[in-house]
Design a protein around this ligand. Structure first.
Ligand SMILES: C[S@@+](CC[C@H](N)C(=O)[O-])C[C@H]1O[C@@H](n2cnc3c(N)ncnc32)[C@H](O)[C@@H]1O
Length: 338
């Protein structure tokens, strides 16, 4: 066996490790195995405590140990550093949702890739479970996104806010809670998702200043020139590249002079910081998974968004990063006038 072969065998084994690690982490989080292993325990004690199959728990422990996810000492097995961080991180719930999303949403699309690439029919995205998982994941960046939004010129003074494709209403609720004299309208295509958004506004005690309307932003009846700020959070990829101009013109028509549109989106950014953080490959994978759905399109590149904003009549455009490296960012446009 040549040295080259060994190198490739090792690289292939690592690829399989990545796949295994994802599933073992998700299982450990979901079944409370990592939680129970905050205290060192033997394998049978662990299985019995959680009411799980002893042989599978034993094999899971063995596999998780070889991947460094659990440790073994004379007192038994215990949770490793990464798994402990996943339990204790500020955004733990969103990180758990990310594991579930990778397996439940990305998994099937990636498995079907050979069929889809040969022209197979691409499934639609948007089942209640998919929407729920996406909303849970997007909570990971929500505090950062709201902070980034406040850095866009004109946003802090905005009093009438339109949230296009508001989903579960996290952003509209967050914004109305932050700016107590602001009023908001959320537009959502999916009636069941819109109900969730109403629930979120009630939960955040801002429902008196917020209204959720069901419909398509392109056709819903909206008075022109009424909003100071329009949000397009994580949905520009629901619009094909040639629909983005009409969408932005439509949004511009409902904004007041000096009104702002803020488009939150991941971008295909291969810069040094994103590569160092290892997130560039995640964004590229996200772009691939989006395209594998019949009703979704790829991630935009920022330059084309600026051009589309200018083309739609926005006088000024800019960007604000949401995460280090800017793989998630706001691209904004401001209407001219005084
Ligand atoms: C990925 S979710 C993002 C939800 C929310 N903005 C967030 O960032 O958490 C995108 C949402 O946009 C909605 N949407 C897509 N196209 C729309 C349209 N033409 N009009 C209104 N809503 C739309 C979808 O139904 C979906 O709930």
């Amino acid at each position: 066996v040549s040295l080259g072969d060994l190198r490739h065998v090792r690289a292939l084994a690592r690829s399989l490790d990545g796949f295994a690690r994802l599933h073992l982490l998700r299982t450990g989080v979901e079944l409370g195995l990592f939680e129970a292993l905050r205290t060192p325990r033997g394998e049978e004690e662990l299985a019995d405590r959680l009411g799980l199959a002893r042989d599978l728990v034993s094999a899971w422990l063995n596999a998780a140990r070889t991947l460094g996810l659990v440790r073994r000492s004379e007192r038994g097995f215990s949770t490793g550093d990464l798994a402990r961080w996943l339990l204790d991180a500020d955004q733990a719930e969103a990180l758990h949702a990310l594991l579930a999303q990778a397996i439940e949403t990305y998994g099937p699309r990636l498995r079907e890739l050979p069929v889809l690439m040969k022209g197979g029919e691409r499934p639609r995205f948007g089942s209640p479970e998919e929407a729920m998982r996406t909303a849970a994941v997007s909570r990971a960046v929500e505090p950062r996104a709201l902070a980034a939004l406040a850095r866009i010129p004109g946003v802090r003074e905005a009093r009438r806010v339109l949230d296009v494709g508001c989903g579960h209403g996290t952003y509209l609720a967050g914004l109305l809670a932050r700016y107590r004299d602001a009023h908001g309208v959320g537009i959502e295509l999916d009636a069941a998702v819109a109900d969730e958004a109403r629930r979120r506004l009630r939960e955040a005690e801002v429902f008196r200043r917020g209204e959720i309307r069901v419909g398509d932003v392109m056709t819903l009846d909206l008075s022109s020139g009424t909003f100071d700020l329009a949000l397009l959070n994580n949905n520009v990829y629901y619009f094909a590249p040639d629909q983005r101009g009409p969408l932005l013109r439509r949004v511009r028509s409902v904004l007041v002079p000096r009104g702002v549109v803020a488009i939150q989106t991941p971008v295909l950014e291969m810069g040094l910081v994103s590569r160092a953080l290892g997130v560039a490959s995640g964004t590229a994978l996200f772009d691939l998974v989006l395209r594998a759905h019949g009703n979704l399109h790829g991630l935009p590149d920022p330059a084309s968004l600026h051009a589309a904003l200018r083309g739609a009549g926005f006088a000024e455009t800019g960007e604000v990063p949401i995460v280090p490296g800017g793989t998630q960012r706001y691209v904004w446009g401001r209407v001219g006038g005084s």
